[in-house]
Design a protein around this ligand. Structure first.
Ligand code: NAI
Length: 339
């Protein structure tokens, strides 16, 4: 089988090299894009991370493609309809990092609640004054979780450990989890009204796009804290900038931004300004958010611990091998055989 691995980091190399014993494997550090896709017209299986946008324009240039093994949980960067129509199996890594991402959620929250970034900045400059660094307690506050899947449930466990009351909203409530972890399901409106801290754990889909926008920010308790480790487009970032300016939201911890792939590469950014292929208003809002003192942004790194990345690689290589062994049948499929 002809396998091409994109966006490869050096430390991922070894995991894929073993596939090279029986297959033709090409390991590349660049993403796959509409501009370079014709170079890989012969490939039958690809593995990518999040910065290869696998839309129709790219996929149409890969006529022999049979398998996409994404090294992520989210599959919103892949045109699943195209894959369904063209018998391309899509496998993901469903559960590598529920604890890992949930731990990052609290890293963001504690950074805000104890003003850790500003405190550390200050001592590094030799300034030991605590003035202006007052934070807030988590104990006794209400933690609102939107999406109680694998990651959402893990954040609930941690929140309970901090002595927070937890309320949650999900389109598919899990009453057993609610009883076991001691939290209560409420309607979205009620969650917005009651929560001191709101944490997002839903996938990016047409239904969740801008789930938090002007109307939702207006319903929130004054001085709410927003945490997003899910996907950038779930929040309307212009609405968030306004809610921060009005003091309705007092802080935000964001691991994801809507125009994040563009922000990653300043050169790409400039190109996009000229080509106007991106939403410039939302890009501008991202840049404002990154610079606000009461917003902390991490570069989509919630998954990135030693343990989680080794689980990601193991599952991805397993996904490819099980597809090959099963003659087209695979595991962890979002689209295709044995879904
Ligand atoms: P999951 O599939 O276990 O849970 C998602 C939950 O969202 C489900 O309970 C589902 O019923 C609920 N949901 C779906 N649509 C909804 C809607 N419209 N309204 C309310 N609830 C809805 O997913 P998991 O593993 O918890 O991951 C959540 C997301 O976290 C992923 O889709 C991915 O985008 C993101 N993620 C981010 C990472 C990072 O490094 N920042 C790493 C891993 C995942």
């Amino acid at each position: 089988m002809n396998i091409t691995v994109f966006e490869l980091e050096d430390w991922e190399r070894q995991a894929f090299e073993e596939l090279g014993q029986d297959h033709e494997v090409e390991l590349l550090s660049n993403p796959l894009s509409a501009k370079n896709a014709t170079e890989y017209a012969d490939t039958q299986a690809i593995s990518t991370f999040l910065y290869s946008r696998l839309d129709r324009q790219v996929l149409e240039q890969l006529p022999r493609l049979k398998l996409i093994a994404t090294r992520s949980t989210g599959v919103d960067h892949i045109d699943l309809d195209y894959c369904e129509q063209h018998d391309v199996v899509v496998s993901n890594v469903p559960t590598y990092g529920d604890n890992t991402v949930a731990e990052h959620v609290f890293a963001l929250l504690l950074t805000l609640s104890h003003r850790m970034d500003q405190a550390i900045d200050r001592t590094r400059k030799g300034d030991f004054s605590p003035r202006g660094l007052q934070g807030f307690d988590l104990e006794g506050k209400t933690f609102g979780v939107i999406g109680t899947g694998n990651i959402g449930r893990h954040t609930i466990r941690i929140a309970r450990g901090f002595g927070m009351e937890v309320i949650a909203y999900d389109v598919q409530p899990d009453s057993e989890a609610a009883a076991e972890l001691e939290f209560t399901y409420v309607a979205l409106d009620e969650l917005l009204r009651r929560a001191d801290v709101i944490s997002l754990h839903v996938p990016s889909t047409p239904k969740t796009r801008h789930l938090l926008s002007h109307e939702q920010f207006e319903q929130m308790k004054p001085c709410a804290i927003i945490l997003n480790t899910s996907r950038g487009d779930i929040i309307n970032s212009q609405a968030l900038v306004r809610a921060l300016a009005e003091g309705r939201v007092c802080g935000a911890g964001l691991d994801v931004l809507p125009e994040e792939p563009v922000i990653r590469e300043e050169a790409e950014l400039l190109r996009s300004v000229y080509q106007r292929t991106h939403n410039l208003e939302s890009l501008l809002a991202d840049h404002v958010l990154i610079r606000l003192r009461n917003v902390v942004v991490t570069p989509h790194s919630a998954f990135n611990t030693r343990e989680a990345v080794s689980r990601i690689l193991e599952t991805t290589v397993d996904n490819i091998q099980s597809y090959i062994r099963g003659g087209g049948r695979s595991v962890n499929n979002q689209v295709g055989a044995s879904r």
